[in-house]
Design a protein around this ligand. Sequence first.
Ligand SMILES: Cc1cc2nc3c(=O)[nH]c(=O)nc-3n(C[C@H](O)[C@H](O)[C@H](O)COP(=O)(O)OP(=O)(O)OC[C@H]3O[C@@H](n4cnc5c(N)ncnc54)[C@H](O)[C@@H]3O)c2cc1C
Length: 302
Amino acid sequence: MNKIETLKRVAENAGCLVLKDEPMSRHTTFQIGGPADLFIAVKDIIALKDIVRAAGSLGVRLLPLGNGSNVLVSDAGVRGAVLSLTGDFRKITLSDPTTIACGAGATLAGLCKFAQRNALTGLEFAWGIPGSVGGAAFMNAGAFEGQLSDVLVSTTHVTRTGKTDSLLGPEMEMDYRKSAYQKNGCIITSVVVRLEPGNAEQISLVMDDYFNRRKERQPLEMPSAGSVFKRPDGMYAGALIEQAGLKGTQVGGAMVSEKHAGFIVNTGGATCEDVLKLIDQIQKTVFKKSGVRLECEIRPIS
Ligand SMILES: Cc1cc2nc3c(=O)[nH]c(=O)nc-3n(C[C@H](O)[C@H](O)[C@H](O)COP(=O)(O)OP(=O)(O)OC[C@H]3O[C@@H](n4cnc5c(N)ncnc54)[C@H](O)[C@@H]3O)c2cc1C
């Protein structure tokens, strides 16, 4: 039996749903990406540890995936196993009147709604970010002057050797779209956020306002991975791209959005190669016109 078959057996014995050669275009908001050798829906921490240990000894690469809303997966797909955190990892509970413990597989939308229902303020900025809580902690997702690190107290994870550990406060090394998890290779399993008491109706109004502003400005009707580039210091990537005359520029099925130049949209049948070529063209043109080097926010995966 080869390594992939062996890991598949381990995951199935741990009660997980396992798909072979699963197209990643089905699991990314870009709707781009070739097949993953294995796609494993992991339901609890015992199964996760079994899989991590087995993958470690077999030498099979593991890729935790949230909602696939910030990744660009290669057309050749992913060699190894993509892990999706389901079941127990989607639980959200109130640990004290202002503190929420949330599984990494829960959606950020679910966490925002939970906070609103409990009249807790501080997460409104995240309403409309289409990620999982694990992906949001990994990326330190943010919008409208807020970011997850503003409310994040700690994270729990499984290490590459299959042990449970956690990071508290500064140990998480949160910065603009950065966290320690981008270096340490651990799988985030849950987070703790601390909010402030607020008014549920008022929180709801702020969330609606932020969502409406997104709808006005962003091409939400087309597949994308959100803003392609990080915000350069004191500037907006979208504005630089627009000023460089690149709105509507197309490579294959990938196009610089007419609505928001910071987004690349999949107009139908775009490949990873199309998007990478378009990114390269944008970076070169913007640098030539403004001297600014745009850095990718989306994460290429091969
Ligand atoms: C329309 C649209 C609007 C968006 N708007 C915003 C915005 O306003 N602000 C913003 O910050 N982002 C925005 N994004 C980008 C994206 O939604 C965020 O970065 C989000 O936090 C990514 O979460 P995810 O679960 O989809 O992560 P994924 O795309 O699945 O993964 C992103 C990275 O995190 C890693 N990862 C995921 N889960 C785990 C885990 N449990 N443990 C360890 N690593 C993990 C993955 O391996 C990958 O490297 C937008 C995207 C879209 C499509």
